[in-house]
Ligand binder design. Structure first.
Ligand code: ASP
Ligand code: MG
Length: 469
């Protein structure tokens, strides 16, 4: 059996045209003899709007919350009516959408009375995005002649009870996938399910965290031992740099799991790093593909990347960062000092990107956020603190920097005109990152790209596209 998990993100199901392209892509895979299992996100921006409705209701703004829900209802009904024409099918689909929005409105009204939004209720509210989009997509597929069967993702993806960031229970998911999905694919049907949503063992709705549909795709792929997991999005794949800043950026044809995870972590938002873990464990390749440019072969993420003659695969830049310098002579000869510092970040649930320490100082970098003044004021109880905003992190990723001599010199030579504030070479040995002023970031990226992608390896990078420029 050649099972392929095909995950389509919000932009691939955002409107009737996008859903039409998605149907054509899936039909293409079926005609190649593949057996797809389809995972879809909510229509673009729907999750954000559902969260806004929830927040409004929780503040007592019942009218505002219901107005958001009503606009979403129209958008989904319009999309359904565009795509599904068979009278019995569209009647059943619109009934289903109306029932779901009626239930959602019920929850929003309750919330506006109770005025307390718990993580559990938040998950229930956002789940409607994927519950409804997956119904519409399944019906649209049937209209296009694909033998699609809707599956409620909550019956397959079982998690613990950490609402909003629930942890999947692999063994149960594997069993459920075998019970609920494989009998369908065995009959030649195409299961269509929502990503992101799940349920705990008691059957309450949970979610895997924002952007979690990729994770669902990988979980399903792992559970059914798919031959590949395809993540369909709106970019051609992982690029050597952001093409908006670096017009001669190249598509990376193949990259290792470790490199891709490193890039995702550093803000190249093509996929969620945790996403790929279930696939890594089972050695299943993940492909990042563009639903607006389906003939492009995308980026293949595999467990061991082939050797590449350039040290780096990709350079990413993460902006809007701040550096916090904590300076205290007290750090000298004491232990537990770093723990105290990190406890403060923990208290404010503020992730730290990069840390560097010397005998008397610790520098940390964080996303600039509204909690920083409070964090700084707590830190001041420990030491002298300096906060500097408008910083950017440049991160170069590549397996081939492992053990290479002279790489750091080449990197810093390429950006010798830029003032470097902090440097780190991660323990993973496949990334080198440094902190600079945000205003220097684009220039630094272009210089580094010019230095390291002068004669890119055609086995790894899509050099053909550059020739056509
Ligand atoms: N719809 C969810 C979100 O926007 C999950 C996803 O699209 O991956 O976060
Ligand atoms: Mg996404």
């Amino acid at each position: 059996m050649s099972l392929v998990v095909m995950k389509f993100g919000g932009t691939s199901v955002e409107d009737p045209a996008a859903i039409g392209r998605t149907a054509a892509i899936v039909a293409g895979r079926v005609s190649m003899g593949k057996q797809p299992v389809v995972v879809v996100s909510a229509m673009a921006k729907v999750t954000d709007q559902l969260l806004r409705a929830a927040a409004a209701a929780a503040q007592g703004d019942r009218t505002g919350a219901l107005a958001i829900s009503s606009r979403l209802r129209s958008r989904h009904l319009d999309t359904a009516c565009h795509l599904v024409k068979a009278p019995a099918d569209i009647a059943a689909l619109t009934r289903n959408i109306d029932e779901k929005f009626n239930a959602l409105d019920e929850v929003l009204r309750g919330l506006a009375a109770i005025l307390e939004l718990t993580p559990r209720i938040s998950d229930l509210i956002v789940s409607y995005g994927e519950r409804i989009s997956s119904r519409i997509v399944a019906a649209a597929f049937r209209e296009q002649g694909i033998d699609a069967a809707h599956v409620d993702a909550r019956e397959v993806i079982v998690t613990d009870s950490q609402f909003q960031k629930a942890i999947p229970q692999d063994a149960i998911i594997e069993r459920r996938a075998h019970e609920k999905l494989l009998p369908l694919t065995a009959q030649g049907k195409v299961p269509v399910m929502g990503g992101f949503i799940a349920s705990n063992e008691a059957g309450l709705t949970t979610t895997l965290g924002r952007g979690g549909s990729d994770f669902t795709g990988a979980l399903v792929g792992g559970a059914v031992s798919a031959e590949a997991i395809e993540i369909w999005t709106d970019v051609d794949g992982i690029m050597t740099a952001d093409p908006r800043i670096c017009p001669d950026a190249l598509r990376v044809k193949v990259i290792s799991f470790e490199e891709a995870a490193e890039l995702a972590y550093f803000g190249a938002k093509v996929l969620h790093p945790a996403t790929i873990l279930p696939a890594v464990k089972k050695n299943i390749p993940v492909l990042v593909l563009n639903s607006r440019n389906a003939s492009c072969e995308g980026t293949r993420i595999i467990s061991l990347a082939p050797h590449c003659n350039s040290p780096f695969k990709s350079i990413s830049v993460k902006k809007k960062l701040s550096i916090i310098d904590v300076v205290a002579s007290r750090m000298l000869m004491t232990h537990g000092y770093l723990r105290q510092i990190f406890e403060i970040f923990d208290k404010y649930q503020c992730p730290v990107d990069m840390v560097s320490t010397s005998e008397v100082s610790v520098s940390l970098t964080v996303d600039s956020n509204e909690k920083l003044p409070a964090i700084v004021s707590d830190l001041k109880n420990l030491a002298d603190v300096k906060l500097e905003g408008k910083k950017a992190l440049v991160c170069l990723v590549g397996e081939d920097i492992r053990g290479q001599q002279g790489i750091a010199a080449q990197v810093f030579n390429a950006v010798r005109h830029v003032n470097v504030r902090m440097i780190s070479q991660g323990a993973s040995e496949i990334n080198m990152s440094f902190m600079i002023e945000e205003d220097d970031a684009d220039e630094a990226l272009r210089s580094l790209h010019a230095a390291f992608f002068k004669s890119p390896d055609p086995a790894i990078f899509d050099v053909e596209a550059r020739k056509q420029l």
